[in-house]
Design a protein around this ligand. Structure first.
Ligand code: DAK
Length: 259
């Protein structure tokens, strides 16, 4: 297996397992991690022996606590838009459109870009301690990796609006009730449950599964994703964005001016 700096990869039978491994930053996604994830997903997807891919986070606390705030807080409008587009191409759209089914094993906090990665995956299974949310508007930005589109597609517009506008987290039981995850299991049983699901998937035709993924995805137009990228870029030039990200780093509550 190739050595990466921010992720670990292994195989278990016909399953490729990718673990995001920045536990001190709660597995937050920086640019380098996104590039490594792209490479690992691509490699497993091209490997005919691999029939299912699992993505999870290391440690017991977090799947992924979002994009790396300390990295993106200094981006301007152009960088924000460009990086949102690039991130979607390399990771979020990429995962959604893979031929090989991807299961997100949500083992703790799945926030912002972390929840967006789970939303781009084909199946989501959570541990009972998991917490999910899109806290972007609390930082003065909006979900920029497809969250405004995919969350509404999966749980419906009303609940998605509530979660996005309040920036609140929901627990695993609520996520199950919303249809955001298809199973909740005790944390110690999570990997066993996702491997079981992977084996179940492996009984079926890989070719038909890749066609089915494309057919399901074809229902959703690209217009909304383009709007999200534009507005996400614009958010980077606001005072609220500077205030929201600075307040996070300074561990204080933000005082938004609405500018
Ligand atoms: N980025 C960077 N560091 C993070 C982080 C993050 N998202 N989340 C946590 N950490 C770091 C903390 O700063 C802390 O580091 P030290 O202070 O120890 O050095 C360490 O992880 C442990 O976190 P806490 O001390 O805060 O742990 P708690 O148990 O108290 O709280 C928490 C856990 C998950 C509730 C809290 O850490 C938290 O609220 N984290 C931030 C959640 C969040 O707002 N995530 C970002 C959502 S916005 C972009 C595209 C998309 C996006 C951005 C840019 N471009 C294309 C440019 C998307 C944005 C998002 O994802």
């Amino acid at each position: 297996m190739k050595d990466y700096k921010n992720i670990l990869t292994e195989t278990e039978g016909a399953t490729g397992i990718i673990t995001i491994n920045r536990p001190k930053q709660l597995n937050a996604l920086n640019k380098e991690t996104i590039a490594e994830l792209h490479e690992a997903f691509d490699r497993f997807n091209k490997d005919e022996k691999i029939r299912t891919i699992i993505v999870t986070g290391s440690g017991e606390k977090a799947f992924v606590a979002g994009a790396d705030i300390k990295e993106f807080m200094n981006f301007d409008t152009a960088q924000g838009r460009e990086l949102a587009a690039k991130g979607q191409e390399l990771l979020f759209d990429f995962v959604e459109n893979l031929d090989t089914p991807v299961i997100a094993a949500i083992n703790g906090f799945a926030l912002g870009g972390g929840l967006e990665l789970a939303l781009a995956s084909h199946i989501r299974i959570a541990s009972d301690n998991a917490k999910m949310g899109l806290p972007e508007v609390s930082l003065g930005v909006i979900p920029g990796y497809g969250g405004t589109q995919r969350l509404a597609q999966i749980i419906g517009k009303g609940r998605a609006m509530d979660m996005i506008l309040t920036a609140t987290m929901i627990d695993a039981e609520t996520a199950l009730n919303y249809g955001l995850v298809s199973e909740v299991v005790p944390q110690a049983k999570l990997m066993e449950a996702v491997i079981d699901k992977a084996r179940q998937l492996q009984k079926n035709s890989p070719k038909a599964q890749s066609f089915a993924i494309k057919a399901v995805n074809a229902a959703y137009t690209k217009t909304g994703f383009e709007t999200e990228k534009d507005l996400f870029g614009q958010a980077f030039s606001t005072e609220d964005f500077k205030e929201g990200t600075t307040a996070f780093v300074e561990r204080r509550k933000p005082g938004f001016s609405g500018k």
